[in-house]
Design a protein around this ligand. Structure first.
Ligand code: AMP
Ligand code: GLY
Length: 436
């Protein structure tokens, strides 16, 4: 078992609302001596951490390596998928330094959907029937033979937007053109996965692991569509709450035994010791839970309600996942429900407009049981808070019930304003019933 340091010197990589929530929770640990962030221009991160002077340049990571050496960083927390897929966890690994996040091989679970599907098949993990194509003509011919509706997915990383749930054959064929021929997502569209369309409520189940021990976090409910009533295009996520009532204890153990444990075991058989967090996006179909996707990082926005409820020393927990010894981690939960609502820019997800002045954040922050995490904001030349991305702010509230958490989050949203602000007021409004 690795020795757990008395104090932590942490480098946190990533610049969105997920990383702000991680930084906020890490800062609650009295054992965090230093915290460096790669995106101090995010005002939430800039207020909690010192700027890391090395750039986040995935082609020249030696400067980050040198920074970690010089500052004696003993824990690196990698938030987003891109640096994981690029192998940053492999590059920054060093004796006495824990890396939270898998190496490039493990990250293929998210970065190469076709590979992930093969792994699932080899481990008998329930998932939609699928085929992979690298030739658009063959992909189209296959679609023409299908009788039920299909889902077309770019095999590579596309920020949650490379998935088309097609309502008609025409729509599916069009998706092939957009992804494979026009390359709307670049090389991520060199291959596509075509799979059967599943039905049922969706849940996100995330598990921490050191490659052996597994600790499943409380289930979350994401809201991927842009518009209320689950309409409109898919986004990175417009809101999430935790825990999700769709997963009771029996369903949770089915997911652990049927999905999480076999996935970690299958990775180990492939020679991958997976360390970090494994995210299973699941659909609870009439035939049982099935995997829609794996991610190799915390969900955004799922991480925000999770951090609001997590009790324990996050620095030690993440260190134990990165270095081994997770089985001895002390983790507990606030019994209340956390509801997170995303405030997005006009034009999100296609062409978000930025540079709009944001007002009211301080007033919202002053509300009880409410936290505001910065996702895409910055200070302009005059020090005003302005929008700087598609997803702008995450408003998270705790309540004794989901209805109460949702009500408080909405009240906090109502004191914040920027031109073109989009939000879904129905996050958590149509909670699926508990299913066995
Ligand atoms: P993914 O990024 O693979 O999770 O896909 C994004 C969203 O598309 C999911 O959250 C689902 O809402 C939807 N989706 C993906 N795969 C399927 C499927 N096989 N059947 C139905 N919906 C799906
Ligand atoms: N909220 C979905 C994701 O992080 O992929």
């Amino acid at each position: 078992m690795p020795r757990i340091p008395d104090t932590f010197r942490i480098l946190l990589i990533g610049g969105g609302g997920r990383e702000h929530a991680l930084a906020w929770k890490l800062r609650q640990s009295p054992r965090v001596e230093r915290l460096w962030v790669t995106h101090p221009e995010n005002p939430g991160l800039g207020a909690l951490g010192d700027p890391c002077e090395a750039p986040l340049d995935l082609k020249h990571s030696f400067r980050l390596e040198r920074f970690c050496e010089k500052e004696r960083v003993n824990l690196v927390v990698i938030g987003p998928e891109d640096p994981l897929a690029a192998g940053l966890a492999d590059k920054l690994a060093a004796p006495g330094r824990a890396i939270f996040g898998p190496g490039a091989e493990g990250a293929k679970l998210e970065a190469d959907k076709s590979w992930a599907k093969q792994l699932m098949r080899s481990a008998s993990i329930p998932t939609a029937e699928s085929r992979t194509f690298t030739d658009p003509r063959k992909a189209k011919s296959y679609l023409e033979t299908r009788e039920t509706s299909q889902v077309v997915k770019a095999s590579g990383l596309a920020r949650g937007k490379g998935v088309v749930v097609a309502d008609s054959l025409d729509e599916a064929l069009e998706a092939i053109d957009r992804i494979m021929v026009q390359r709307a997502f670049g090389d991520a569209g060199a291959a596509v996965v075509i799979e059967e369309r599943l039905q049922g409520p969706e849940v996100s189940v995330l598990a921490l692991t050191d490659g052996r021990a597994i600790y499943t976090l409380e289930p979350c409910q994401d809201h991927k569509r842009l518009l209320e009533g689950d309409r409109g295009p898919n986004t990175g996520g417009m809101g999430a709450y935790c825990p999700s009532g769709a997963v009771d204890d029996a369903m949770m153990s089915r997911i652990e035994q049927g999905v999480i444990v076999p996935a970690i075991d299958a990775l180990r058989r492939e020679g991958v010791e997976y360390r970090g967090v494994l995210y299973a996006g699941l659909m609870l179909t009439p035939a049982g839970p099935k995997v829609l996707e794996f991610n190799v990082r915390f969900g955004d926005p799922e991480c925000q309600p999770l951090m609001m409820r997590l009790r324990g020393d996050l620095a030690e927990i993440l260190y134990r996942a990165g270095a081994g010894g997770l089985a001895d981690a002390d983790i507990d939960w606030d019994p209340r429900t956390a509801c997170c609502i995303v405030l997005a820019s006009r034009g999100y997800p296609d062409k978000p407009e930025t540079g709009e002045t944001i007002v009211g954040v301080e007033n919202a922050e002053a509300m009880e049981d409410v936290q505001i995490f910065h996702a895409g904001t910055k200070r302009d030349g005059e020090g005003r808070l302005v929008t700087a991305g598609g997803r702008v702010l995450n408003v998270v509230a705790l309540g004794d019930t989901l209805a109460e958490a949702r009500e408080k989050a909405l009240q906090a949203c109502d004191v914040i304003h920027f031109p073109g602000m989009q939000l879904r007021r129905d996050i958590g409004a149509a909670a699926p019933a508990i299913r066995a």
